[in-house]
Design a protein around this ligand. Sequence first.
Ligand code: ACO
Length: 331
Amino acid sequence: MPRTIFAGTGYYVPDRVVTNRDLTQLMDTSDEWIVERTGIQERRWVDPGMTSAEMARRASLMALEEAGLEASAVDAIVLATLTPDVFFPGTGVFLQRALGLEGVPALDIRAQCSGFVYGLSVADAWIRCGQFRTILLVGVEIQSTGLDVSTQGRDLAVLFGDGAGAAVLTAGEDAGRGVLSTHIHADGRFAESLWAEASSSKKNPRISADDIAAGRHYPRMEGKEVFKHAVTRMPEAIHEALAANDLTTSDIDLLVPHQANLRISQMVQKRLGLEDRQVVNNIERYGNTTAATIPIALAEAIREGRLKRGDLLALVAFGSGFTWGSALVRW
Ligand code: ACO
């Protein structure tokens, strides 16, 4: 049975840097508050005209180049986002069109911060069962256009950034290498703990002046609830993955956690007993880019030489839904 290999990774973040100090011009907040509570120092926000599909295209081209493949080698696209360019169709088809991949299937995944791990789970199953051999997996997000940047929305507005990350996954025959397992979960009892209520197909029209006046089109979050579940579910998902592969935490060489909040990642690191050098954090520079955090962090870690052949890589995510999941990869 073929194994899923990460043949190339890539990322794109917008040029515009928004510092914590910049945010103090928009809302009542401070650099100290944001750094102390979240670890974030700056994030990237798009300029008008940029689209999710275009950021996805740029990240994908970098990943294809690293893989040494032309776009025409791609058999299928899996794209994770909670901020599609339009309500429908999904952003995957716009990426497919931009890459000139007529006829190639494009599947959008809606699993929020866990989107990349969910997408990896689907792509890995397709590759192992032989349905596709080369899959482009992308996580992309434009959060900045949907944030309440007034003081009322400051709890969420300071957290999020824009960006895209991509991986080219190929079928490999070396049993000692590739994705070992993926484990994904959800608990819809907490769907409203982190959500955006409008626009909604439950209503006609789907968004009204009332919705906008009440701010229902902005994301809302019960921050403490999310924090509490994230620091429990992420270590749990890693232990589940390790147990399924007869491995222990001491076998992990590198952990790439979803970048929700530096405090969450530090607590996960502590609970797993990992050293700083074993955990990738880049939230200081990018904030939380939702489905894009893991592929951006992974692409950067690879470029910094933090992974070598044979290493055990762990990916773990938690997000709105709630959804969560993990993956283990023998590099
Ligand atoms: N600047 C200044 N003050 C703020 C800000 C801000 N940006 N945001 C909130 N405050 C104020 C609040 O109004 C409150 O003031 P009050 O005490 O006068 O009422 C005070 O700071 C404390 O607010 P809390 O919400 O209790 O702050 P908390 O310590 O819980 O930290 C935070 C908030 C950072 C959001 C935290 O709950 C958290 O990290 N939650 C995890 C959620 C997360 O990371 N989500 C990311 C998206 S989901 C995902 O990717 C998993």
